[in-house]
Design a protein around this ligand. Structure first.
Ligand code: SF4
Length: 381
């Protein structure tokens, strides 16, 4: 299990070695609506630009009061940590994340950059055609850049490799539904994060082997079952903190977690339309959901499926997307009487007082105490 955590820590070395081995290009992406299959079919390695905290004295020149993931990403880009990336692509989504793309673009950090428009109203009647045509433009740009046509066969292969990866990750998440799961939330998060920076065919082989091994693994023991919801995370430190307090995050609803792989592409003759429908139909992040507010119901269904004792809602400081959406999530959880705890954090660990609130919340969820104390008290701690 440790190898997934190591992979995230050594993802830059992995990508550089991949380039040296294959002679291919690496494409960095920021938003989960980026159609990785197009880059993969063009022979590239798509990698998610992950945040990682380093001492930062240069970001202030470029942006003021952005959320910490974006600040950390900008810091990493300006320091040259991502200099092996040959191209950056961003998709219309969070404005802060778009600014990170702009910093890379303005500083000429890669020879290829592209902005892809994707409507916020994903269910509008014209959206699937708009996105299909945007994907066609990106396909053409990739072809011009690499000098190679992206064939139907290459696209079919990419769709199958990515679908297989999603199915394998779903199998791993399925194991977490067990009363006493065979893996911890921190382990699951490291697996999903590693999937976003590795060659998918290679990752699929590792996941197949892992699933065999997990069949014989001893359960991690009875722990308080928790769900993690909120802004994206880039490591498993929060999960590890929960585990140190006697809990286990058995399911998440994060853009860097389950939402990354939850739905597949259904093949059809028009491959680009199939991809358009897949990305528009993925679990919605707040900015693509403001007209419908379907996200709270998805969170509720996951919490039921994984029979959680409570929900942790962790928002990155200055994350306006989740700040705006949270009222709808809180409302639904209150209506359904699901205990939850909300706090803000940065890309590091929560502050000490947050840790105390987390501990108190978990203590209230211990068998026998929930009814005695009342979950709503947890909110006022
Ligand atoms: S969604 Fe929130 S945490 Fe993520 S980049 Fe945007 S503001 Fe930052």
């Amino acid at each position: 299990m440790d190898k997934f955590k190591e992979m995230i820590a050594h993802r830059h070395e992995y990508a550089k070695a991949w380039k040296a081995r294959t002679g291919g290009k690496v494409v960095g992406w920021f938003e989960p609506y980026f159609p990785e299959e197009l880059a993969y079919a063009a022979g590239m390695l798509p990698v998610r630009v992950l945040a990682e905290h380093e001492t930062d004295v240069i970001t202030d020149k470029w942006m003021y009061a952005a959320c910490y993931p974006v600040r950390d990403i900008v810091n990493l880009i300006l320091r040259g940590r991502y200099d092996y990336i040959d191209g950056y692509v961003t998709v219309e989504g969070c404005q802060w994340m778009f600014n990170a793309f702009e910093v890379a673009d303005n500083n000429k950090k890669a020879p290829f950059t592209h902005y892809l428009f994707l409507p916020d109203y994903t269910d509008a009647p014209t959206s699937k055609d708009v996105v299909r045509s945007e994907f066609e433009v990106l396909k053409g740009k990739f072809e011009a850049w690499t000098g190679k046509e992206i064939t139907k066969e290459a696209l079919d292969n990419a769709i199958e490799v990515y679908n297989k990866n999603r199915r394998l990750l779903r199998c791993i998440y399925e194991l977490r539904r067990a009363d006493s799961p065979a893996l911890l939330g921190s382990e699951a998060m490291n697996i999903v994060l590693a999937s976003q920076v590795m060659d998918k065919a290679e990752m699929n082989q590792i996941l197949e082997k892992l699933l065999d091994e997990l069949e014989d693994r001893k359960p991690v023991g009875d722990k308080i079952r928790l769900m993690l919801v909120g802004s994206e995370t880039f490591d498993s430190r929060l999960e590890e903190l929960v585990e140190s307090l006697g809990g286990n995050i058995v399911i998440d609803e994060l853009d860097t977690g389950s939402s990354y792989f939850w739905n597949e592409t259904y093949p059809q003759r028009d491959r680009l339309m199939a991809l358009s429908l897949r990305y528009l139909g993925r679990p919605h992040n707040p900015i693509k959901d403001s007209n419908w507010r379907r996200r709270p119901q998805h969170i509720f269904e996951l919490s039921e499926d994984y029979h959680v004792d409570g929900v942790i809602i962790a928002k990155q400081i200055y994350c306006h997307l989740h700040g705006t959406d949270n009222y709808a999530v809180w409302k639904l959880l209150r209506e359904r009487n699901i205990p939850f705890l909300f706090f803000e954090r940065d890309t590091g660990l929560p502050e000490e007082d947050t840790e105390l609130r987390l501990e108190a919340f978990m203590n209230m969820l211990r068998p026998g105490l929930t009814r005695l104390v009342g979950w709503h008290k947890a909110m006022s701690l």
